[in-house]
Design a protein around this ligand. Structure first.
Ligand SMILES: Nc1ncnc2c1ncn2[C@@H]1O[C@H](COP(=O)(O)OP(=O)(O)OP(=O)(O)O)[C@@H](O)[C@H]1O
Length: 253
């Protein structure tokens, strides 16, 4: 069995005393691409925020790279792309500047960027297919390209684990394909991915495992279940086995 990158054991989280996650256990091993699926408000974002230490656990434990979360200090090993954060926001930064900011945790604020920093930024821009837009202001990009800029920023830090909250929500088809390719390359290079998604679309073949969150617990952990109405899609190939415990429809809106 490969090394666990994330281990959540009996994790519980509540907001203002209201339980949102209860008794959640999850292990993500090196090289896996795990999709966290579930209906709106089921607790998907809360789960990944807990893994990142952004919300405290009210019960259970989490380890990252075999270290207890409270003692984990090597945050440069993790790249995080939060939900719907506009990269533009009126800031006149170029795509390259935003991506280069992903190097800060590695090189520190006071040291000027070196050859390795520039090479990592170039590689991240290529990975998301935005090298030709590097000198453009982020505000001139489409929503999907802005999202790819944020993914490139995370990749520029050369993380071992990428955590993404709805990376393809509202993103055009071209950007979704580019993102799927970038994930494939990242995993081929030894990376591990945990992402929240509603629609998998072009990501589906890249996902190695799906975890479905339902009412604060994990109700499915295994192969990617069919979304509600998926059979109606024109490209549905009708070859998926339907297990008895398959929570069809639980991860639709
Ligand atoms: N900071 C917060 N304070 C209080 N309640 C919160 C907070 N963040 C989330 N919640 C509540 O916790 C529950 C789970 O939210 P969460 O964002 O984890 O769900 P989700 O599955 O990611 O939903 P979505 O698909 O809509 O993003 C919801 O009822 C939400 O309203």
């Amino acid at each position: 069995m490969s090394t666990p990158v994330i281990t959540v054991e009996h994790g519980a989280v509540g907001y203002d005393g209201r339980p949102v996650l209860r008794d959640v256990s999850l292990t993500v091993a090196t090289g896996e691409v795990v999709a966290v699926l579930g209906a709106n408000g089921s607790g998907k974002s809360t789960l990944i925020r807990a893994v990142l230490g952004l919300v405290p656990l009210s019960g259970g434990s989490i380890t990252l790279f075999d270290r207890p979360l409270r003692r984990f200090r090597q945050w440069q090993r993790i790249g995080y792309v939060p939900q719907r954060l506009g990269a533009g926001g009126g800031v006149p930064a170029t795509v390259r500047e935003v991506v280069a900011s992903g190097r800060l945790a590695r090189r520190g604020l006071l040291r000027p960027p070196g050859t390795a920093d520039r090479a990592a930024v170039d590689a991240a821009l290529r990975a998301v297919d935005l090298a030709d837009r590097a000198t453009d202001p982020v505000s001139t990009l489409s929503g999907g390209q802005q999202q790819r800029t944020l993914i490139a920023r995370a990749l520029a830090g050369q993380p071992e684990l990428l955590i993404l909250d709805e990376p393809t929500a509202g993103v055009d088809a071209g950007s979704q394909e580019a993102f799927a390719d970038a994930l494939r390359d990242f995993v081929a290079g030894g990376g591990t991915v945990l992402l929240v998604a509603h629609e998998l679309g072009p990501l589906r073949p890249v996902i190695s495992r799906a975890v479905v969150v339902h009412e604060g617990g994990i109700c499915h952990d295994g192969s990617v279940p069919d979304p509600a109405g998926h059979h109606a899609e024109p490209d549905h190939d009708h070859v998926h086995p339907h297990g008895p415990d398959e929570p069809a429809g639980l991860w639709s809106n």
